[in-house]
Design a protein around this ligand. Sequence first.
Ligand SMILES: Nc1ncnc2c1ncn2[C@@H]1O[C@H](COP(=O)(O)OP(=O)(O)OP(=O)(O)O)[C@@H](O)[C@H]1O
Length: 595
Amino acid sequence: MLRFIRRMLLLAGETAGKIKLAFVLSFVESLLSNVPIFAVLYIFTKILDQSIVPMDAWFSGGIMLAAVIVRCILRRIFVALQSGTGYDICARERISIGDRFKRFPMSYFTEGNKGSVTSAVSIDLLFIEEHGMGALDKVINGYISIFIGAVLLFVMDWRIALVSLAMSLISLYALEKVQLVGKVQSKIRQHQQASLTSAVLEYVQGISVIKAFNISGDRAKAVKDTIERTRDHAIDYEEKFTPPSSLYQACFSIATALIVLLATVFCYQGSMDMSVMLMLLIYVFYMYIPVKALSTLTSQIRVMEAGLNRYEKLLNVPIIDKDGRDIALNRFDIEFNNVTFAYAEEQKAALTDISFTVPEKSMTALVGVSGSGKSTIANLIVRFWDVQQGEVLVGGVNVKEMTCDSLLKNMSMVFQKVYLFNDTIMNNIKFGKADATFEEVVAAAKRARCHDFIMALEKGYDTVVGEGGSTLSGGEKQRVSIARAILKDAPIVLLDEATASVDPDNEKHIQLAINELVKNKTLVIIAHRLSTIRNADQILVIDNGTLAQQGTHDELMKQGGHYRNLWDKRSMARSWKINAAAELQLDKQAVSSTT
Ligand SMILES: Nc1ncnc2c1ncn2[C@@H]1O[C@H](COP(=O)(O)OP(=O)(O)OP(=O)(O)O)[C@@H](O)[C@H]1O
């Protein structure tokens, strides 16, 4: 438990001083809580001496009242010092860990850690913020009461003190067992929580697929199994926790009974004053209350400690730009020098010995079949992952030498799969530049060709778009994300062109928006449209993680090989689409003319 106090103070950081002061007040308050006992003892002694006068009653009453008043004041200050401290600490930690997540290697999130990350930041910190300070207070109070109780008992009667000490030692043994159960079970419980969070997250995130393929039964079963395992574990926990916890509680009940019995016997035999006996009879029922609470606290503390362990693990995840410096770039070309990269050690390399240069303010198109490694190249430029061999240079600087912040402030990314936050359109665009004015946001939206559809919405820029941007169409989301990138106005643009077919009107708008975004920028585009590919200053043909060909459209068409095959296939697919659309149109006309 002392370890827990130390860890909480460490977590508190600069607010630890407040908590320490609160402990001191709690100690004084604990001392004062014994004042009524002495006041009663004083009255008993006077009664037994037959020397009591009305003034004695006033005196005792006055002392008790004064103690109560001082305790109320101390408690008030204590609460003011402590209340909110837990919430403050956890809010601060959540914000700082949120910042840190940005610097985690992307692999951390793709390796099945989402459940434990979510549990650590939500469930664990929630438990700590709600119970941490209260538990600290009770632990400190419990220890102080043990100390004060032991001193008082020795002052009153050493034989009774020894009985209490013996029972306390047995209770310590039981408490040790409680802690042992807590230690084992809290790990299982935590693992179970993370599995449950992962299962629910996956179920909710995949709900559209689950509905579309009518597989809710199977997936629901996976979540149901996890819920049932969580329930079984909770029951198992209670079963294992109850025996040592009951023994712990029983020790104090037995100690109380023994003290009552022995005090009466000693008094009857004449080896104890009647006043001491009476005081013991009162004190004994009150003395063990704070100590008894320690057994339930033990399990709470174990849960909090396991939470702290998981949270500290997050703090110990090596951040990708630990050795990075804030470097201001003065040119914006990109260079890959003999880059070889695999997503995981045991995996086949996604890129093998790739070298190329993207000159500043030029347009480079990445083309290749699905899975060839185009997105991987983009991932390495923005340093979502680090290369194992070779180097990636941006503006002549190895990205490994830069902090993520100083690198990414030079980049705008427009992904194929756009994610908008459950917030207003205004704030979603402002992600590009947090301090942008309303006018700047509107100007960016106009250039991204989304101002008109935003104004047509009931609340305009204040419309909340739903999680992931669910209330907007795919094309609209794309344009909002382009507005975001235009507002950021970074010198390098990475663009993953949409493959999903959008209607021609939307496609025209998106193309105009992209044209605005890429003016005078270094552009790397994962290209799917023939028009884009043809216009590129340079085309990199990626095949099975290698750079198969490099050149302009005309050069590559002359060379033949991969590029020509790709181009022919795409041209053919396009003409199929056009023919199919024309046939559909003819069919429609035929139908309408016959009706
Ligand atoms: N996060 C990841 N973890 C492990 N392997 C990955 C990961 N992302 C991609 N890969 C693998 O790396 C290889 C290259 O994938 P990449 O996404 O770069 O291809 P791509 O050319 O962009 O494909 P597409 O056009 O379908 O998006 C593939 O074999 C893919 O399975």
